[in-house]
Design a binder for this molecule. Structure first.
Ligand code: PLP
Length: 431
């Protein structure tokens, strides 16, 4: 793709963009002067699809007019409501519909998955995660290890970038699994790293992990709705993701979970059970013998919050209208490619991009550090970030010194990207 440094070029890209009109299906936050913000924070909280609001309103109306009968009435009865999301989730992560379910929240799902897939023994008790995993993942893993009576100092195996580097090297990861594989019970890594935006080679990791006898699960918080995956074919054991980042389903919205069909018929697998995981045909007989559904639904505990599921359904329908994850990814490569081009040609001496440049190893997000010279103080990056916010750019700041920006193919335009880089240049010049 040949990019040019001009507003005209950005506008031309928008005119030729088959997904440009999807932006109108979202509520875009405004600046004080009434202009649209340059919203580049979909990696943290995605914008509201108009369909999400419509579908939530619809369930509120159902509740108002039908009361308890809403469980069984209308086009989208509450009783099987989570099933209406299965197809959309399955398309996003490359799974069969039986392998995915909407339930709980991300960290809760990580715990429930570890109950089933982290079964430490004296000789195989380690969990491999990144040294700088998202804190919630770190806490979840550490507490699971302690729960089983093991010592995190011995059982948490941490992979980290080499000294002076930001990214975890594939070869280092492979070497570690080769070396320690026999003692690893579970490999739990992100699909996309939240701080650097690095994409992990999930297929290769799963293959190698399985060859060593490990279970392999992924946290897809930053991958779902961002990159193309094939969890089923890759034989991934489990995966969990939240729906409020690239899946635009609202703050704290219900999460997604994948369990490979290889595990669905294993009724001896330990799990923390609840009535929503019980065989649907006898669930309401209120008997005491738990009979797990032979699908990912077996891991459900409770009847789910339908208002949140309705918002997810609105988001998934919007994604479907856009042509699904392949169409989004195609635009994303151009959109983020354009941003990378502008940054590297216009201010290469001022900005470092941590995110890998290879398509295979990057998604929508770019993680930027503002480079300092001898005279700059270390707070400069933060000051530049604040100046961006004042000028109508919403991105996010992650300690110690990264500005994360994610042009999202569903609602960001090439013009947004152009505006962002102009504003950033200004902010750097003036701070
Ligand atoms: C966003 C995110 C979380 C958040 O967890 P919740 O349980 O949804 O609050 C956890 N882990 C990672 C890697 C994330 O990116």
């Amino acid at each position: 793709m040949q990019f040019e440094n001009s507003l005209e070029f950005a506008e031309k890209m928008d005119q030729q963009d088959p997904l440009a009109a999807i932006r109108n299906d979202f509520a875009i936050p405004k600046m004080d002067n009434g202009d649209d913000e340059v919203y580049l924070c979909g990696n943290s909280l995605g914008l509201q699809p108009k369909l999400a609001a419509e579908y939530v309103q619809r369930e509120l109306a159902q509740w108002a007019s039908l009361g308890v009968k809403g469980h069984f009435s209308g086009d989208f009865p509450w009783m099987p409501y989570h099933e209406f999301l299965s197809e959309g989730f399955a398309d996003l992560v490359g799974a069969k519909t039986e392998e995915v379910v909407a339930m709980n929240t991300l960290t809760a799902n990580l715990h429930f998955m570890m109950v089933s897939f982290y079964r430490p023994t004296e000789t195989r008790h380690k969990i491999l995660i990144e040294e700088h995993a998202f804190p919630s993942d770190h806490y979840a893993v550490e507490s699971q290890i302690k729960f089983h009576g093991f010592d995190p100092k011995e059982s948490m195996l941490l992979i980290k970038p080499r000294a002076g580097e930001d990214l975890i090297r594939n070869e280092d990861l492979i070497e570690l699994i080769e070396k320690e594989g026999e003692s690893i019970a579970l490999i739990m890594l992100p699909g996309v790293q939240y701080y650097t935006g690095q994409v992990f080679d999930m297929q290769a990791i799963t293959q190698l992990g399985h060859a060593k006898g490990c279970k392999v699960g992924f946290d897809l918080a930053h991958a779902a709705g961002n990159i193309v995956m094939n969890l089923h074919d890759w034989q991934v054991d489990f995966a969990c993701w939240c729906t409020y980042k690239y899946l635009n389903s609202g703050p704290g919205s219900v999460a997604g979970c994948f369990v490979h069909e290889n595990h669905h018929k294993d009724e001896d697998l330990p799990r923390f059970a609840g009535w929503w995981g019980h065989d649907k045909s006898t669930r309401f007989k209120m008997e005491n013998t738990f009979k797990p559904i032979h699908s990912a639904e077996a891991w459900q505990l409770s009847n789910p919050p339908v208002l949140s599921l309705a918002a997810i359904r609105g988001s998934l329908d919007t994604i479907k209208k856009a042509g699904g994850i392949n169409a989004l990814r195609e635009k994303s490569l151009k959109l983020t490619g354009f941003m990378r081009h502008l940054l590297t040609t216009q201010i290469p001496e001022r900005i470092t991009i941590l995110t890998p440049s290879e398509e295979k190893y990057s998604g929508s997000q770019l993680s930027l550090t503002v480079r300092l010279n001898e005279k700059d103080d270390p707070e400069r990056g933060k000051r530049v970030f604040t100046a961006l916010e004042d000028a109508g750019v919403t991105g996010d700041w992650r300690y110690p010194n990264v500005i994360r920006v994610a042009p999202v193919p569903q609602y960001n335009s090439f013009k947004d990207v152009y505006r962002f880089v102009e504003i950033l240049k200004n902010a750097i010049d003036n701070h």
